[in-house]
Each structure stands twice: as structure tokens, then as C-alpha cells.
Design a protein around this ligand. Structure first.
Ligand SMILES: C[S@@+](CC[C@H](N)C(=O)[O-])C[C@H]1O[C@@H](n2cnc3c(N)ncnc32)[C@H](O)[C@@H]1O
Length: 252
């Protein structure tokens, strides 16, 4: 029998995003990708400089940092204390970070609210709607919102069921599966003779699911893109599902 301690951290979802291991595994998350996407998106949305933008579930702030560099006033919020602690080193007059749950309105209205890189759908469906309503509440009447989610059809088609990634001498064993409209990722590894196991579960939302959520809000979908180059969304081939929306009275 193994004498190694096993830490099962599955019960508390946010443990994973806040753990030091999440940050080790994803320390190289793509800043270049963030910069290119943000530049393209802001150019397309044609938002005036100095406008206010909320980066909802900003992680360590890679998009927020780029948005501010382009001349906007940015607030980044995330539940992960460690991510926000990291992001805070980049703060300046126009760039602020705060620990906050995106499903609870901030009480401030922004010209734009972005939710990027699959930062939606981590809880039950009621919470998805609560989050969307919170985004609506955080938007000015003429504001614009963007949700960048994965394209579930593409995820299923290209699912890597088993993968090993070595970072900082830790061998992360990652397994993925889709079941019951959920995408489940199990991450297990050993560090200092302690075994860890984490689970990340995301709702496998498709465009119709989002449309049904939007029907229950005062928001309306304006445009749908399928990748960070802002090409048209294609159910079969697009890697992303990028939804641009506005308040109903302001669309068209
Ligand atoms: C896949 S990461 C993406 C982070 C960031 N947008 C990026 O592209 O680097 C998802 C993020 O959502 C955050 N998150 C999940 N649920 C949240 C909630 N209810 N409120 C705030 N942040 C949340 C996690 O802490 C994590 O940082």
C-alpha cells in the first residue's frame, strides 16, 4: 500500500483556479494571443479611448493589461485570490483589479463587459443565467458585451482524452471527457510525495443554450464570431464561440 498522502480537492471547485498548481500548469498562458485578440476586438467594436471596460473573470489579467495599454480604463475581477494578487502588480491609474464574483453585479456600469477564454459556465445553469444578468446589470444602456466561450462541437471532435504535461518537475496527468452536457477535466499529479487530484467542470453550452439564456435577459445577440481573428462562426470548424451583445433597446 502506498504511504503517500492523497489530497482530494474535487469538492471545492475554486480550489483549482486558486491553487499554486493551476498557476504552475498554466504559467505560460498566451499573452501574445490575448494582445492580438484584444487589438482586433477593440478595433472591431470601435470603442472610444478612455471608455470603461470590465474584464469579468480576468484571471491574472492578461487581457485587462492589453486593453489598458490601448487607452481604456479597465477593471478586472476574478474569484481567485492568487490571480488577483498577481494581477495587482500591473495596476495603475487606469487599471484596477479586484476579487469579486462575476455573478454578483459590481454596482458600477461600464461601456463594455468582456468575459473571455471560457470564463463562464462553471456552475449550474441557474448560475449561468445569474452571471449573464449580472453582466447586463454592469453594462451601460448603450454598452457592449462579449462572451468568448469554446465551441462545444469542436471541443468534442478534438478532445484529447489523456495528456501529460511536465512543468517545474511536476508531471500533470490530465484526462478529459464530455458527459451529460458537461466538459470534465481531471488533473492529477504528485508533489513532494503528496498526491493531488483536481476536477474542473464546465457546462458544455452551445449557441442555442446561450440564445435561451439571452431570451431571459434584456440583452440581444448582435454578432457571432468563431475565432480570435473574428472570422464567422462555423459550427463544425470554429474553435471558439464569440458572442457580441447589447441591451435590447440599443441593438441594430
Ligand atoms: C479559464 S480561466 C480564464 C482567465 C482569463 N480570462 C484568461 O483568459 O486568462 C477562468 C477564470 O474564471 C474565474 N472564475 C470562475 N468562476 C468565477 C466567478 N464566479 N467569478 C469570478 N471569476 C470566476 C477563475 O478563477 C479563472 O480565473
Amino acid at each position: 500500500m502506498s504511504n503517500k498522502t492523497k489530497i482530494d480537492t474535487e469538492s471545492n471547485f475554486n480550489n483549482w483556479f486558486d491553487s499554486k498548481y493551476y498557476h504552475i500548469l498554466y504559467k505560460d498562458r498566451d499573452h501574445d494571443e490575448a494582445r492580438k485578440f484584444i487589438t482586433k476586438l477593440l478595433e472591431h467594436l470601435n470603442l472610444k479611448k478612455n471608455m470603461t471596460i470590465l474584464d469579468a473573470a480576468c484571471g491574472k489579467g492578461r487581457h485587462s493589461i492589453e486593453i489598458e495599454k490601448l487607452g481604456y480604463k479597465v477593471t478586472g475581477i476574478d474569484l481567485s485570490k492568487n490571480s488577483i494578487k498577481h494581477a495587482k502588480q500591473f495596476e495603475n491609474l487606469n487599471l484596477k483589479f479586484k476579487i469579486h464574483d462575476i455573478s454578483i453585479p459590481l454596482g458600477i456600469k461600464f461601456n463594455a463587459v468582456f468575459n473571455l477564454f471560457t470564463s463562464f459556465g462553471y456552475y449550474n445553469r441557474e448560475n449561468d443565467l445569474k452571471t449573464l444578468l449580472s453582466i447586463e446589470e454592469n453594462l451601460k444602456d448603450d454598452g457592449v458585451g462579449v462572451i468568448d466561450f469554446f465551441n462545444i462541437y469542436n471541443v468534442k471532435k478534438n478532445l484529447i482524452e489523456q495528456e501529460n504535461i511536465i512543468r517545474d518537475n511536476i508531471n500533470f496527468n490530465i484526462s478529459r471527457k464530455t458527459k451529460d452536457k458537461l466538459v470534465e477535466k481531471n488533473i492529477s499529479f504528485e508533489d513532494n510525495s503528496i498526491k493531488y487530484s483536481y476536477k474542473e467542470t464546465v457546462n458544455g453550452l452551445n449557441l442555442n443554450d446561450f440564445k435561451n439564456y439571452f431570451k431571459k435577459t434584456n440583452l440581444e445577440i448582435n454578432e457571432i464570431f468563431g475565432d480570435y481573428e473574428l472570422n464567422k462562426f462555423d459550427l463544425n470548424y470554429s474553435p471558439r464561440l464569440i458572442i457580441v451583445f447589447k441591451k435590447k433597446s440599443q441593438s441594430n
